[in-house]
Ligand binder design. Structure first.
Ligand code: HAM
Length: 478
């Protein structure tokens, strides 16, 4: 027999035991994005290779050694996206989203691909939540992006994070800075690792974030970028810092933070977690005022954005025992005894699902005993037997159910009172409408109480005579 084919190295399956946590993080991100006025954009997972070689930069690790590039059947060089920013910019240019000075605030999430050495928090297929603000040159946009990323982590409950910022200047400042670095590192050639020797010739800025401790020591003594910043870049950086301070954020300035992508200008930042080990960046971003031109635009479209690593965020949240909300579990389980009851169970389940209730019934031919066992995790179990419906609640007195319905109804009556108090046009009609809507529920409560009075209600069990009554009762009791 042949072996089972495994997933490629650096990829993994996000199984149901974990995927609900991812859903929580993505839904939280969607809410934060909405509150900050970012609209979702969905992009292709592959692009023309040129977009990344020109956008991300020829001398970056990503373009030099990490891209999944192939020639398609039409003889085009195609690359699986290693990041989202270049694609967002391409989409904005192609669809004129920033024409005539308009700006666009866009977010997306999805899989990225980089051929890296897999380790904890580093995969070859990984996922990012990405936000980009295109068309605004002001430092306020940088502050908003940093604020957005911090807010996302705040809502997710992440602790022990550090915001690190830097300015990498514009093209002009960098030319001056590059020369200073070249001179400095040339004097330390014998102490640099092999990769840094190559970096020295191609892009000495890259030496600043080399992970080799020896190179790190030398980089610590390298000239300061701030001495090479022109007035505009310096003022921009000061305004970003002032904005962050105005919002009460703590941050650290790291003059060696240059980020691994070439498109950055001015602001560069990262958010680091103390709970991730070597791959400690949960998010990174910055400004990229020349990216549009690098990918072919004749007009300048400034931009600033960030991306957070979804895999890493989930890892940190697990480690910090953060809440992922509620595990999606059925609220009701419909248990059926015989063939005829199974048909009733099927109809009842269908109707409840139509009403938006998370409900399960057995479709695999399990025994009655096994069905009861499955139902034990649910808030309510409905047992169908001889055409009758018996509802059991986890609440063993049954009184809880009635008081819950009464509580819900009380709220509704407060609504009616409010409508009447407003005395706006049609207030009586509106109140009657609510009352009409509530009549069925009230009848339901009456039925339950009458059954209880008749002694037909013990140990949290409610017996109902037909499917419609069971439906009404169940949908009113969630
Ligand atoms: P990046 O720093 O390359 O920036 O990636 C952003 C985040 O993606 C990282 O901080 C990390 O959390 C996650 N990440 C990166 N590589 C991996 C990997 N191999 N496995 C797991 N997670 C990973 C960018 O991609 C820029 N496009 C960010 C940006 C947006 N700048 C401006 N706008």
């Amino acid at each position: 027999m042949s072996e089972i084919i495994k997933a490629p190295r650096g990829t993994r399956d996000i199984l149901p035991a974990e995927s609900w946590k991812w859903e929580y993080v993505i839904n939280t991100a969607a809410e934060v994005m909405k509150d900050f006025g970012f609209a979702q954009i969905m992009l292709p997972m592959f692009e023309h290779t040129e977009l990344f070689s020109r956008g991300v930069g020829e001398t970056t690790d990503i373009v030099e050694k990490e891209m999944y590039t192939f020639t398609d059947r039409g003889d085009r060089s195609i690359t699986l996206r290693p990041e989202a920013t270049a694609g967002v910019m391409r989409a904005a240019l192609e669809n004129n989203l920033c024409a005539q000075g308009a700006f666009a605030k866009l977010w997306s999430w999805g899989a990225m691909f980089r051929y890296e050495r897999p380790q904890k928090g580093r995969y070859r297929q990984f996922y990012q939540i990405d936000a980009e603000c295109l068309g605004i040159e002001n430092p306020e946009a940088d502050v908003e992006i940093i604020d957005l990323s911090i807010e996302l982590f705040r809502r997710l409950g992440l602790k022990n994070l550090e915001v690190v910022i830097n300015s990498v200047g514009c093209e002009n400042c960098r030319k001056i800075y590059r020369d200073k670095l070249y001179e400095y590192f040339s004097a330390h050639k014998s102490e640099l690792c092999e990769s840094c020797l190559a970096r020295l010739e191609r892009n000495p800025l890259r030496i600043l974030d080399c992970k080799n401790p020896e190179c790190g020591k030398i980089a610590d003594g390298a000239p300061d970028i701030y001495d090479s910043l022109d007035d505009d870049c310096r003022e921009h950086f000061e305004k970003v810092r002032a904005g962050l301070e105005r919002l009460g954020f703590k941050y650290r300035i790291d003059k060696r933070l240059v980020r691994g992508l070439d498109y950055y200008t001015k602001t560069a930042y990262e958010i680091l977690s103390g709970d991730l080990g070597a791959q400690n960046a949960v998010a990174g971003g910055g400004r990229y005022d020349n990216l549009a031109n690098a990918v072919g635009s004749s007009v300048k479209i400034p931009g600033v954005g960030f991306a957070c690593g979804l895999d890493r965020v989930v890892l940190v949240m697990e480690e910090q025992a953060c809440s992922f909300g509620k595990i999606p579990e059925p609220e009701i389980y419909v248990v059926a005894d015989d063939e005829e009851s199974r048909k009733h169970a099927q109809i009842l389940t269908h109707k409840l699902r139509n009403a938006g209730v998370h409900v399960e019934c057995d479709i695999s031919g399990r025994s009655f005993k096994n069905q009861i066992r499955n139902a034990s995790g649910c808030k309510l179990a409905c047992i169908v037997k001889d055409g009758k419906f018996e509802i059991r609640s986890k609440d063993d007195s049954g009184v809880g159910i009635v008081s819950k319905i009464l509580e819900r109804e009380r709220e509704k009556f407060v609504d009616i009172k409010n409508v009447l108090a407003q005395k706006s046009t049609g207030f009586v009609d509106k109140a009657l409408e609510i009352l009409e809507h509530e009549r069925d529920h009230v009848t339901n409560i009456k039925n339950v109480l009458e059954k209880k009075r008749a002694g037909d209600y013990s140990d949290g069990i409610v017996k109902l005579d037909n499917l419609d009554e069971a439906f009404d009762y169940l949908s009113a009791n969630l």
